[in-house]
Design a protein around this ligand. Structure first.
Ligand code: DGL
Length: 252
């Protein structure tokens, strides 16, 4: 049985957790929400790296064999430093799904929704650079999305007006594919799809990250699949937002 540590600035990483348990249903999970420090989107890379180290220590203390950085912003700011500081620990990070979007678009325009930190990070800029000769890439920060997801209210007039404001510029630019570049955003995916209309495909990278986690565990020879399954939730702040989203995904 593998012990899998997962962290995010808040509850967003549960969108990765719900994919992980599909492919690794018999492991022991520890999920850490750093909601006392949420959102990460506008924080400095140095700040996020410090938080990443603190949380890594916490998860290693819980016996983590692998750490899934279920946060695009923390991946951009901290995963390279964490790999350097903990060379024996495997880390799996997030990657905005620009490649499948670029391969699948019919209009030649793809939209990326992410935080400011992710859009400024070298990881994203490199990925963007690989595809921008072939397709037009338009970006927008999902302004207020993280805070909205943390409230647990994923639809209704307020969520709708927040989502519409950041989504419309991408649709106006002709995007037929929207990449969700922040792990909180998949919780708004049904709303994003409804507002986008039937001709638009929305891509959540979480299933690919879950498959990559399986691959890394195999590579490292960590035994999996023996059970029993368990999950423990940890939060640096008020645990209620995390419990709310967790109960939503367990009733899906
Ligand atoms: N879930 C984080 C991400 O994937 C949210 C960032 C934030 O806290 O602003 O980027």
């Amino acid at each position: 049985m593998a012990t899998i540590g997962i962290f995010d600035s808040g509850s967003g990483g549960l969108s990765v957790y719900r994919e992980l348990i599909k492919v690794l249903p018999k492991e022991q999970y520890h999920y850490f929400s750093d909601n006392a420090h949420c959102p990460y989107g506008e924080k400095s890379p140095l700040y996020i790296r410090r938080r990443g180290r603190y949380i890594t220590e916490f998860l290693l203390d819980k016996g983590a064999d692998i750490i899934v950085v279920a946060c695009n912003t923390a991946t951009a700011a901290a995963i390279a430093a964490l790999r350097a500081d903990y060379p024996d620990v495997p880390f799996v990070g997030m990657e905005p799904a620009v490649k499948p979007a670029a391969l699948g678009t019919q209009s030649g325009v793809i939209g990326v929704l992410a935080t400011a930190g992710t859009l400024k990070g070298s990881k994203y800029l490199n990925t963007r650079g690989r595809f921008e000769d072939d397709v037009t890439i338009v970006e927008h920060v999902g302004q207020g999305f993280v805070e909205q997801v943390e409230t647990g209210i994923l639809d209704g007039p307020e969520a709708e007006s927040i989502v519409r404001a950041s989504l419309e510029p991408l649709l106006r630019a002709g995007a037929d594919t929207i990449v969700l570049g922040c792990t909180h955003y998949p919780f708004l995916q049904p709303l994003i799809e409804r507002l986008s209309g039937p001709g638009v495909r929305v891509i959540d990278p979480a299933p690919a990250v879950a498959r990559q986690t399986v691959h890394v565990l195999e590579q490292r020879g960590v035994p999996t699949g023996q059970g029993p399954f368990s999950v423990q939730l940890h939060a640096s702040g008020d645990p209620s937002p995390l419990n709310r989203i967790f109960s939503l995904i367990t009733h899906e």
